[in-house]
Design a protein around this ligand. Structure first.
Ligand SMILES: [Zn+2]
Ligand SMILES: [Zn+2]
Ligand SMILES: [Zn+2]
Ligand SMILES: [Zn+2]
Length: 224
């Protein structure tokens, strides 16, 4: 009870580092990285005490020096004015270890570097990917990973999802001024023909589109 009152009175901003809080990004922040992503268990100092994962977007308590994920810092901070919890003023941090209330700070570059070079498995490891890279680089790999989950490009009719590596390419022919050939990933021969057909229909190539349609039907009757 008294704590609450003190907190409201004690709400002058310390101007030094108010930029740790950003209401706009609050919703998109994630908790720390699961420990089983790491090839070697990382130092315990890198674990966030709130979510127990390895810190993501770390912030450091300016008093005791512990690291916490930005998301977890948000979760242990309280609005300065409890009557307007949605106001966009910077909330008061409340360190879960030392109870320090002054703003957390960005860890040093070198510390962030140490974290970014920890080796992790690709998130598609269970689907068959054997790639391991530094935490700072793995995202770039995962965007291109052969094992990432994609959805068949025959959106309207097919809802199949699977590893990129199991999909086949539907090459849409060059038409007119459109010089770059479009290719899309689909789950089956039938979906390939349907995708090419709808591409041809859009380009007013009715004859060719009908050919594709006929081939797709033939294939369908074979598979039944
Ligand atoms: Zn955390
Ligand atoms: Zn602290
Ligand atoms: Zn991968
Ligand atoms: Zn499909």
């Amino acid at each position: 009870m008294n704590q609450e009152i003190i907190e409201v009175i004690d709400s002058e901003q310390d101007e030094t580092s108010q930029n740790w809080y950003n209401l706009l990004e609050a919703g998109s922040l994630k908790e720390g990285y699961d420990l089983d992503r790491f090839v070697e268990p990382p130092r315990k100092d890198f674990n966030c005490l709130i979510c127990l994962g390895v810190v993501r977007n770390p912030l450091e308590c300016s008093q005791c020096g512990i690291l916490l994920c930005k998301k977890c810092v948000y979760s242990c901070s309280k609005p300065q004015n409890p009557f307007f919890s949605m106001s966009n003023t910077t909330p008061k941090f409340n360190c879960p270890i030392c109870r320090n209330r002054s703003a957390p700070r960005e860890p040093s570059m070198i510390l962030k570097k140490f974290i970014s070079v920890l080796i992790v498995y690709c998130k598609n490891r269970k689907r068959g990917c054997g790639v391991c890279k530094g935490l700072g680089e793995i995202k770039n790999h995962e965007k291109e990973c052969d094992y990432k989950v994609i959805r068949c490009a025959n959106h309207g009719l097919c809802s199949k999802e699977g590893s990129k590596i199991d999909f086949i390419t539907a090459k849409c022919p060059k038409i007119g001024k459109n010089t770059n050939q479009k290719s899309k990933l689909v789950c089956s021969e039938i979906c390939r023909k349907v995708v090419v057909m709808s591409y041809l229909l859009k380009a007013d190539k009715i004859e060719e589109a009908i050919d594709q349609y006929r081939l797709a039907l033939e294939q369908l009757s074979q598979t039944k």
